[in-house]
Design a protein around this ligand. Sequence first.
Ligand code: CU
Ligand code: ZN
Length: 192
Amino acid sequence: MKRFIFSVTIGLMLLVSTGAQAQAIKPAMKMKRPMMITKAVAVLHPTQGNSVEGIVQFIQTPNGVRVIADVSGLTPGKHGFHIHQYGDCSSPDAKSAGGHFNPTHQPHGAPDAPKHHIGDLGNLEADDNGKAHLDRVFPFLRLAGPTGIIGRAVIIHSGEDDLTSQPTGNAGKRVACGVIGIAKSQAPKMMK
Ligand code: CU
Ligand code: ZN
């Protein structure tokens, strides 16, 4: 009888412990749906000797990525505006950001040309006060995935991108750089 009680007790203990184990494993096994990233942001900082700064927002829409840029401290006129390969603004001239983001191996061009780098966003145009505003949807941009721009850098140049010269559009020095990161506030679900 004692032995019987003993084995029943052990059996119960085993049951309880395996049950507890299953309970403990369950939350870790449960796969959460991956977060859909719908908004990214880059804060632009001036390169050495410049005073260009601003914020660029990237919002995923059904038709591509809507880019909203607000930049100040520019000379009046057009300035090359690109996404460069590396999210690395560490060097004083921002050369650390590498060349134009070009995962599809295309020549440099205008964003609405048949062929262009994925990072080719054309020009920003600054007014007499050195301020530029742009709000435009780029159908070829993606926030995430193989051609995703998160983790890359936004660069603004001292001069105009002529949209034809290879491989950079001859836009001159880099006057501001910012890394594209996941934004805290995500875009509304029904955003168009
Ligand atoms: Cu550039
Ligand atoms: Zn380019």
